[in-house]
Write a protein that binds this ligand. Sequence first.
Ligand SMILES: [Zn+2]
Length: 332
Amino acid sequence: MVILLKPDDIETTAKDFLSQYASYMDSVGIVGKGPTGHAIYPSRTAPVEEQHVQFFEEWVDLTNALGIKNVIAMDLYTDGWFARDPKYQTITPEGDAMKHQICPNRPSFWQYGAEIIKEMGTYPIEEIILFGTGFIRDRFCFCDRCRKEFAPIVGQEPERLTYPYITENPEYHAKWHEWRQAKVNEGIRYLRDAALESDRDTGRELPLKLAVEVLLDPETGFSEGAKTEYGYDYAKINEITGDILINLYPWSPLLPLKGSAEYDTLVESLYFTNEFSRRGGRASLFRWGVTTIDQMQELKTLASDAGIDRVVISPHYPADYSHRRESAIGNF
Ligand SMILES: [Zn+2]
């Protein structure tokens, strides 16, 4: 089990915290760039939360000295600082801009993400977890760039492209899914290349791992629904980074109870990870807001029922959680 922490979750100094808990930990995670878009390490690319820099440097040095594997989390398209720029915001079919999330179809933003990966890669870390790697829902994205690129694929004028036009024709809808998955993959590939570059630059012993968060919720049709809603192509992601982190029930406060029909559906919907591991990939289960031993146990049981051997938890919810939840499942 890996616990993903923010400096605010830890009330003491990095040194005090680690001297108390280090012997229980094999690996531990820290949020390097969260949904506010600010980095806690001295980045030359992203804005920096200066008050946490010392903590970060102490943390990385000490964990490394103690032989604890370091995991760093990074929010990708869920970047509130970058999303202030209207040129990057993802847009609803009605033309409403999301001020907390970037359109995944932005090569210049991939470049920004790649710079951050390379910066993080200069530290002695084992893995970067990428959060916010997909589209908000099936109805995204209707920004000018996405309209312009996708409309000709379905024989429409960019400004006349509507969501019903796409969904009412199964062939168009399938093309929409394919096109969006290709965009998500392209972004991930870009970041993977940055990780490879970091391996070469630093001469690190083991390649820097890149775990890609995928959302899985009953609200969005478990794993099958997630492919079309958020734009994940699991098989391709496995080819690209070989590492996924399944964010379970991100929009629900509770997991189904073992023994219930929904629990069985959930376990079944996780079977795709067996194929994933057979092909040399790794899948982990993740959940926000885990603060009790019972919740941890529940997640471990589920992981073992689904044949998954790694669990990552975060005691906190992301800072933009209410916006994220509202934009994903709220009423439009
Ligand atoms: Zn777009």
